[in-house]
Design a binder for this molecule. Structure first.
Ligand SMILES: Nc1ncnc2c1ncn2[C@@H]1O[C@H](COP(=O)(O)OP(=O)(O)OP(=O)(O)O)[C@@H](O)[C@H]1O
Length: 939
């Protein structure tokens, strides 16, 4: 019977877990040992489990949160001491166990002697005994009808078996029932207290969770202390309640023994389980401690992960706590069930005693089994001791690591001290260097200061001498300053005055310019009027005569006698010896044979200048073939004629007027052959041109398709003349004959614009080289030559008719009777100026043509164009006047009143010249003139 108790006392090993607790472990272990030695007075060891668990958690938290190297050392020392103490206690427990074993053996002999009385009880309690054998701290068989508590009772019974049997025999059945009622009441009270404790435990758990969430891991230690104190208080209350229960059941010796045995049995069972759990927990704690030691080492190296690891540990502790709570809850539940079963089995107590008495053999067997278990526990204990040694080794390693770290720290401190010493030495040297530099600087500053003082003395002396100059300069400066201050005003005033003066001067200049411009315009108009008057006085139609010299090849012929003589006193008179009769011809001017091209041009250049003023001018050469018309008009390259000289003069004149006037000079070349107008500057010289009226209603004539070239230099003139000659030569086989049978016209247009006055001028200069005027009868031409001669005669007759009509102031001037007159209409009418250069051959063989040409010229000379008076000419030419007709129709021109020449362009409607109709009229008039006038055809 005592063997059972001894076996369960070995399970007190879990008291080692309590050793981890700094405050309570020794006391608890001592109380446990006292319990063993006092035969199991403590019955509520299973309720003390939460306290130990909490204490273990508290220790873990302490280790994880507050452990430093010194604390670890202190803790290790404490553990070592407690291990030694625990070993001593184990030895004492072994002695106590052996004593109990001896008592059980003695009691076994007594049981053999009293076997008859216990047979009945043995049969009844057969089943609980079997359950007792199987019981190893687990309650898996508690579901049997007899219950665990009955087994515990059976195991406790052998302790006080003789007294229990005696009590069962003495007390009556009624007393047992009364005791059962009291036990039920006590159990009910205990059950109530257990519930209250559960509720408090739940509340404490909730409080712990709340405080954990509110205060965090740093307040966990305080909260654990609170829980610990609360647990201590609950434990005291439980003890008090148990004491009350014991006192309440103490009046019955049998029941007290039964309860004592039962409590002892239960306590041993619970202790056995508790030790097993504590062994497992101890292993786990050893592992956790190992992890904690590693974590602490890592914390020393990685301070940043310290808080996270603490949280992990706290979570682990919480998890373990919850596990312990669950286990506690399950144990409480089992305890309740056991109590309930015990309450149900109470009526059978009377049979237990008997069963126990007859169960000695089984008890021995159970004792042996308990001893076996004890041996196993001893082995487990040795294993735990081995683990402890390993843990101690780890702790030693930790200590060694800590000592190494300290050594490193010391090494670092030494290095720091050495570095500090070096630094101090360097600072000392720098300080000395600084002092030396300061001293040198001080010495140098003193010397410099001395020099500065000397300079200062000199400066002061200079200052004393410069003060009068400074005063003078100051005065000058103030004066200049005032002047500078007054300068803007003076400048503005001067600028204003200058502006006024400039404006005044500009105004005066402008007015002077206006006056000059006005005078200029007046003078220009006056010059123009004078020039015009001069031209008018000279006559709008001037007739000049040029006698060509006798060529070298003409001197040998028989009829090469020079029949032309000149008046040395009058350059306007020409004498012509015709068949012994001296004929006198008076023209505007007669150029002798030796007259040069320049002299001829000087006489005509005034007309060219009139063209620049906007007048239309017509200069044409008239005479028989070979009389020098082309020479006079075109000249030769080395001695150009009127054409080129006129253009040169135009260029020079317009260039002189260039600042104010802008002139544009264009030229065209036209040939009239057989009454056909040809463009000599065009691409197709054979193209026939026509003369048309301008469609703008201005009454001006124009030649559609006529090519015009703008010329600005002599080179341009030469190019134009070359082009005209080339085109003229292209259209004929014999240029000389062709040129003799056609009229060549160089039309020069001068358009001017005065940019200052806005005045525009436009003049036209027609330079005409007429075809030969020899008589058809003399030339004896036939066929084409006859037609050419007829055309030439027609055009020259038309020219004579026009001039005669102009001279006669007829209302109608037959310009359209020929292409020539129609083309020269605007240059023969109005205020136009006409100059006829009559070319005369000095040879006797050409006397008749010469007489004819001179008579024609003399008649033309009497014609007045425009408003000018020709009374003088009329009077002068009364004796020698003749018709300008090429056929030498003698016409007695009456004096005419100068009236503007009416040119009825409206009557010449139509774009083309109706030569036939007009010709018939002109012819009739010519015939009329021939019949009525005194002109007659020269033979
Ligand atoms: N004033 C002059 N001085 C020198 N030579 C002259 C002069 N006038 C004409 N001649 C010469 O007389 C010749 C004929 O002159 P030019 O060809 O000019 O006559 P023309 O009247 O034009 O003949 P055509 O009617 O056939 O054209 C030329 O060789 C020319 O050099």
């Amino acid at each position: 019977m005592y063997g059972t108790r001894k076996t369960w006392d070995v399970g007190h090993t879990p008291c080692l877990q309590e050793l981890w607790n700094k405050d309570l472990s020794l006391d608890v272990s001592a109380s446990s040992l006292d319990i063993l030695m006092s035969n199991g007075e403590e019955e509520s060891s299973f309720l003390s489990l939460p306290k130990s668990v909490l204490q273990r958690h508290c220790l873990t938290s302490d280790l994880s949160e507050t452990a430093t190297s010194e604390q670890q050392q202190l803790l290790i020392q404490t553990l070592q001491e407690r291990v030694c103490e625990f070993q001593a206690r184990l030895s004492s427990e072994d002695a106590a166990k052996r004593l109990l074993l001896q008592r059980l053996q003695t009691h076994d002999h007594q049981l053999n002697q009293d076997n008859h009385q216990n047979e009945e009880h043995l049969s009844i309690n057969q089943e609980p005994q079997e359950q007792l054998r199987l019981q190893d701290g687990q309650l898996i068989q508690a579901a049997s009808p007899t219950g665990v508590r009955s087994s515990s009772v059976l195991r406790q019974k052998p302790v006080d078996f003789p007294s229990a049997v005696q009590v069962s025999k003495v007390h009556s059945q009624e007393q047992l029932q009364k005791d059962e009622g009291e036990k039920l009441a006590l159990i009910t009270g205990l059950h109530t207290q257990v519930k209250e404790l559960e509720e408090k435990l739940v509340d404490q758990t909730q409080e712990v969770e709340r405080l954990r969430s509110e205060l965090g891991a740093t307040d966990l230690e305080k909260q654990l202390e609170v829980l610990e104190s609360e647990n201590q208080r609950l434990k005291q209350e439980l003890r008090a309640s148990q004491t009350q229960t014991t006192c309440s059941t103490g009046h019955c010796p049998h029941s007290q023994d039964v309860e004592a045995l039962r409590g002892e049995l239960c306590r041993k069972d619970e202790e056995c389980r508790e030790r097993e759990r504590r062994l497992a927990a101890l292993e786990q704690q050893v592992q956790e401690r190992t992890g904690v030691v590693v974590q602490l080492q890592q914390q020393l190296e990685e301070a940043a992960q310290h808080r996270q690891e603490l949280q992990q540990q706290l979570e682990e502790a919480s998890r373990l706590r919850s596990q312990r709570e669950e286990q506690l809850t399950s144990r409480l539940r089992d305890a309740e069930e056991a109590l309930s079963r015990q309450a149900a089995l109470t009526p059978q107590v009377k049979y237990v005693t008997k069963t126990v008495e007859v169960e000695s053999a089984q008890c021995k067997q159970a004792l042996m089994e308990a001893q076996g278990r004890n041996q196993a526990l001893q082995e487990q204990l040795s294993v735990q001791r081995q683990l402890l040694r390993e843990l101690e080794q780890q702790l030693h390693e930790s200590q060694r690591t800590s000592s190494q770290l300290r050594q490193q720290i010391l090494v670092y401190e030494d290095e720091m001290e050495r570095a500090q010493g070096q630094l101090e030495a360097e600072m000392q040297s720098l300080e000395e260097e600084k002092n030396r530099v300061i001293e040198e600087a001080f010495i140098r500053a003193e010397s410099e200061m001395k020099a500065v003082h000397e300079n200062l003395a000199g400066v002061r002396m200079n200052l004393l001498t410069l003060q009068p100059a400074l005063r003078t300069l100051t005065c000058d400066y103030n004066c200049l300053k005032r002047q500078v201050q007054d300068f803007p005003y003076m400048l503005e005033k001067a600028i204003t005055e200058a502006k006024q003066e400039i404006c005044q001067v500009i105004g005066e200049v402008s007015s002077a310019n206006q006056e000059l411009l006005r005078k200029y315009k007046r003078e220009m108009n006056l010059r123009k009027k004078c020039h015009n008057e001069l031209v008018r006085l000279k006559g709008n139609i001037r007739v000049l005569c040029r006698v060509r010299p006798v060529c070298a090849g003409e001197t040998d012929a028989a009829d090469t006698k020079n029949i032309v003589t000149f008046d040395p006193d009058d350059d306007a008179v020409l004498y012509l010896s015709n068949k012994g009769k001296l004929m006198t011809f008076e023209l505007d001017k007669v150029f002798p044979t030796q007259a040069t091209q320049e002299e001829v041009f000087q006489e005509v250049q005034s007309l060219v200048t009139s063209c620049i003023d906007g007048f239309n001018v017509c200069i044409f050469a008239y005479g028989q073939t070979g009389s020098g018309k082309t020479y006079t008009m075109e000249g030769v390259p080395e001695d150009p004629g009127i054409n080129q000289r006129a253009l040169r003069l135009l260029f020079s004149e317009v260039s002189e007027k260039k600042p104010d006037w802008d002139y544009k000079i264009t030229v065209s070349m036209v040939e009239i052959y057989n009454e056909t107008l040809r463009n000599l500057l065009g691409d197709n010289p054979n193209e026939k041109l026509d003369i048309k009226m301008c469609p703008d209603g201005s009454g001006q004539l124009y030649v559609p398709g006529l090519t015009e070239f703008t010329v600005e230099s002599v080179e341009d003139i030469n190019k134009v003349f070359d082009l005209g000659h080339m085109n003229r030569a292209t259209a004929c086989t014999n240029l000389n004959e062709h040129s003799s049978r056609s009229h060549a016209l160089l039309i020069v247009t001068v358009a001017g614009f005065n940019s200052s006055t806005g005045h525009r001028t436009s003049g036209k200069l027609n330079l005409v080289d007429l075809a030969g005027s020899e008589r058809i009868a003399k030339s004896g031409a036939e066929g084409s030559r006859l037609r050419e001669a007829q055309c030439i005669n027609k055009s020259l007759s038309a020219l004579g008719d026009v001039i005669n009509a102009l001279r006669s102031k007829h209302s109608h001037v037959p310009f359209r009777n020929s292409r020539l007159t129609y083309l020269l209409q605007d240059s023969l009418s109005g205020d136009s100026k006409t100059l006829m250069m009559v070319q005369v051959s000095p040879l006797e063989s050409n006397v008749s043509e010469s007489v004819c040409s001179l008579k024609f010229a003399q008649r033309v000379r009497t014609v007045e164009i425009g408003p000018s008076s020709s009374s003088r000419r009329q009077a002068e030419n009364s004796s020698t006047s003749s018709s300008p007709t090429h056929e030498s129709v003698e016409l007695d021109s009456p004096p005419v009143t100068p009236v503007p020449l009416p040119i009825s362009r409206a009557s010449s409607a139509g774009s083309t010249l109706s030569s036939n109709s007009k010709t018939s009229t002109t012819r009739r008039r010519s015939h009329s003139q021939l019949s009525t006038g005194r002109m007659k055809l020269t033979a």
